[in-house]
Design a protein around this ligand. Structure first.
Ligand SMILES: O=C(CO)[C@@H](O)[C@H](O)COP(=O)(O)O
Ligand SMILES: [Fe+2]
Length: 218
């Protein structure tokens, strides 16, 4: 079954704990945490202190998406704060194998992310190093943007490589995922759908998650 990872970027930060509990009760699989530094992306969000604060609130894995320059300098802080998965951008890493191995050395699942304009071939050399690959379907930095359709060929390529090389990474998509685009993602081979506005901007979060799952199936 397709996994759903609500992105707390679109949650009400004044009641973040309640928002997280609500999506957990509504059937979410991961809690997606968007970390932005104002350099790699034109926005600033949250840091390890918030990850530490939300860790005891939920039993779900914390899927920490680092949109920051020089991620190596902050991996220990996010690992110690309780991240379950840490994804780093290929575009932000000078020595990608080293960064992914550093994440794993803390007992955290390593993942890599690529922006919409980055070819999927750029991560072919590190496929054996990751537990998850995140395909950005918008340019990172903000919630509520429109899905970039051209990115779906990358999802398909990753699914083909996984089969060909007998690997087991999960394929996650992030950005503009909603009831109209969920089906395109899963038909291309996505296993995990990140959704911010399509869940937190809805009154009934359970219905929003169920709708995404239903669209993912069809
Ligand atoms: O990483 C990001 C944005 O950079 C995402 O995780 C967004 O938070 C997704 O928001 P929606 O497009 O689903 O509203
Ligand atoms: Fe994200």
């Amino acid at each position: 079954m397709t996994k759903i990872a609500p992105s707390i970027l679109s949650a009400d930060f004044a009641k973040l704990g309640e928002e997280i509990k609500e999506v957990e009760d509504a059937g979410a699989d991961y809690i997606h945490v968007d970390v932005m530094d104002g350099h790699f992306v034109p926005n600033i969000t949250i840091g390890p202190l918030v990850v530490e604060a939300i860790r005891p609130i939920t039993n779900l894995p914390l899927d920490v998406h680092l949109m920051i320059k020089n991620p190596d300098a902050y991996i220990s802080a996010f690992a110690e704060a309780g991240a379950s998965i840490i994804t780093v951008h290929q575009e932000a890493c000078l020595h990608l194998h080293r960064t992914l191995q550093l994440i794993r050395s803390y007992g955290v699942k390593p993942g890599v992310v690529i922006n919409p304009a980055t070819p999927v071939e750029t991560i072919k050399p590190i496929l054996t190093e990751v537990d998850l690959i995140l395909i950005m379907t918008v340019n990172p930095g903000f919630g509520g943007q429109s899905f970039i359709q051209e990115t779906t060929s990358k999802i398909k390529q990753l699914a083909d490589w996984r089969k060909e090389y007998k690997l087991s990474y999960e394929i996650e998509v992030d950005g503009g995922v909603n009831e109209k685009t969920a089906g395109i993602c899963t038909a291309s081979g996505a296993d995990v759908l990140v959704a911010g506005s399509a869940i937190f901007n809805k009154e009934d979060r359970q219905k929003a998650i169920e709708t995404l799952r239903e669209k993912a199936r069809s």
